[in-house]
Design a protein around this ligand. Sequence first.
Ligand code: AMP
Length: 405
Amino acid sequence: MVDFRRLEDVNVSGKTVLIRVDFNVPCNEDGKITDDTRLKASLPTIKYLQKQRAKIVLMSHFGRPNGQRESGASLMKIIAPLSKLVETSVKFAPDCIGEATQKAIAKLKPREVLLLENTRFHMGETKTSGGENGYDPDFAKALATGSDIYVHDAFSVTHRAQASTTGIAKFLPAYAGLALERELDHISQALDIPKRPVMALVGGAKVSTKIDLLKNLVGKLDRLAIGGGMANTFLAALGHDVGGSLCEHDLKDKALDIMQAAKTAKCEIILPIDVIAAEGFAAHAPHRVCGLDDVKPDEMILDAGPDTVTAILDAIDLSQTLIWNGPLGTFELQPFDTATVEAAKYAAKRVKNNGLIAVAGGGDTVAALKHAGAADGFTFISTAGSAFLEWMEGKSLPGVEILKK
Ligand code: AMP
């Protein structure tokens, strides 16, 4: 269980609180925000601080301007939608450091909100003064100037050691914001102190991107169901011919190592026992249910078969906690979304009726669960991509380390 300093632990009344948010929101070609989930995620902390009469300063990165001022990467576009959501006229500082910014911070009255310009307009955010990856402590100090307390509220950037995510904690007392607290509480409840039995369902395209994650999980879980394209590598390693399927043949030994580690750790591995083999990689391509040794050379496995889905649902029934990352098939191409949709719906049902704790995150997982109409039924869905995966890999997250007591 992560024991970290929480925002509620500190008296913020009348103080200037600098919050690291993640306003790196998706935008269309005209710069219009297409998904405001990340703006909404910042609201609980902002509203809490307003209630406590704190002065609120927000900072974030946007895109990868690499130390250059790029108009397309300005956070100015956030002001209007954020003001609407916070129901406060949010002020804007055209730079995140410097004299003018310090003046704007000093002028803030309790409950007022000031958004600073993109931290990545300065090289010191992501590079040392020598140009190495990291951050420049002088820049971190400049960011901290004028504020009393630092609040980290963006789980999605906790895997990065940069000026605004970790460096700043050398100059200001650091606390987790309400969104980050919620995220850390849920993910540690799922993997560090889970209600057992605990299972994970890991799918997605490739084993290569998830080797560390699988290795870490088998030591912690009672069951691990492997699906998606990555299951093909395991099936091939066990001697099955996967035809024209996506398969990383060079990783067959790694797959066998993971299975051996699971055996040693007494973690049951659930692999497909039947598959949906299609004649092409396209929606509605001719397809059939087939056994593991029945895939033709020109067919490709695009989804788990019905018996496999039943085995996964049975495993969910045996579990008190479920961690989900990655789809069980090419869910973007119908009908090869079937296994993902059925398993996601079933998990959501078990959350509602049986108190299953179901936590999901990383990569395409959120899109897959939304597609299944099951996202709202999960106990918690992390919107973080890489940070969620690194947490599943058992890596320590620098942005969380600075908050530990
Ligand atoms: P990931 O980002 O690793 O979670 O991978 C997600 C992607 O895996 C999705 O775009 C799926 O379409 C893809 N995927 C899942 N199952 C398969 C499969 N059997 N063959 C090829 N791609 C797959």
